[in-house]
Design a protein around this ligand. Sequence first.
Ligand code: SF4
Ligand code: SF4
Length: 348
Amino acid sequence: MEIARKQTVRGQALAAMRRIRELALVGKALASTGHPVMAQIVPMRFCNLSCAYCNEYDKVSEPVPIAEMRRRIDHLGRLGTSIITISGGEPLTHPDLDDVIRQMRKVGAMAGMITNGYLLNEERIERLNRAGLDHMQISIDNIEPDEVSKKSLKVLDKKLQMLAQHAEFHVNINSVVGGGIKEPNDALVIGRRALALGFTSTIGIIHDGSGQLKPLKDNEARVYFEMRGMKKRNYSRFNHFQEAIAQGRPNDWRCRAGSRYLYICENGLVHYCSQQRGFPGVPLAEYTQHDVHREYRTAKTCSPNCTISCVHQISYIDHWRSPQKYTVSPGQGHAKPSQELVTISGAE
Ligand code: SF4
Ligand code: SF4
């Protein structure tokens, strides 16, 4: 029997409230440039999978203790952060994840998470409902598992059906093209399945180890544009930059990383994004409005060929204002992350 998303009265009320809170955060972002709109925070670098293109996980890290996670989230609240997204590693391997989510809601932020979905079950989904999760993103790379990725529709479809029945939060399924994914057409099947289950669907382009462009092959670009044509309830509306990327062209935009977007690693340091770790590399506890203002005005030389979609989307809010006065070249003369391929949008 085909399972579509269950819409309870409570679920509809929560979705309506979420939309109101989203509108409020957009209003706040338009009214003021002095706070982060989104922060991605890593409570757990460990991952239960080992995707071949990923440089954002290990097999040994311990979870960040919950008391420390609470302190870090309080600091994001102090800076006025509107959306906090948990990534990893695999967040569902953190033993106190529900309390991490509760703390995010307590400081007034929208609470999101990026997961590979493997550890979801009905009880876990109900706990995430109760903790107040607003958004979940699951990345699915292919239909059948292979040596590149086990984030596969065949393995995860049961989890998606569980989410359709039990989740009170918004669910987005992200599929990818490029970076060694063998069958670009799989992305179309995954996108259609997501929409049939009542979720939203996005597509990303896999980038290299510095967040930079890897041009798509012809068949990958065709799939990308066909997915973009599947307009129905496509969650991410600010993805125009990806069309230039798909065609191998640079983008003209102002990266506001370090200001409107923060990446907080497992050691509690603020970085521009998952692919420019080490810049600015300041402890979150010491990060101030002054840093937020400085980075807002600082252009990053990696921006023309950058594929980090969440930073593009957040920076779009200020595209029309505040030209940047200073310039920094992340990665120049510093230790760079691995040159392995990694996915866009953080860990998944
Ligand atoms: S892409 Fe996600 S699921 Fe795969 S190894 Fe990296 S963190 Fe784990
Ligand atoms: S342009 Fe910004 S988001 Fe992109 S890689 Fe550079 S610092 Fe990161």
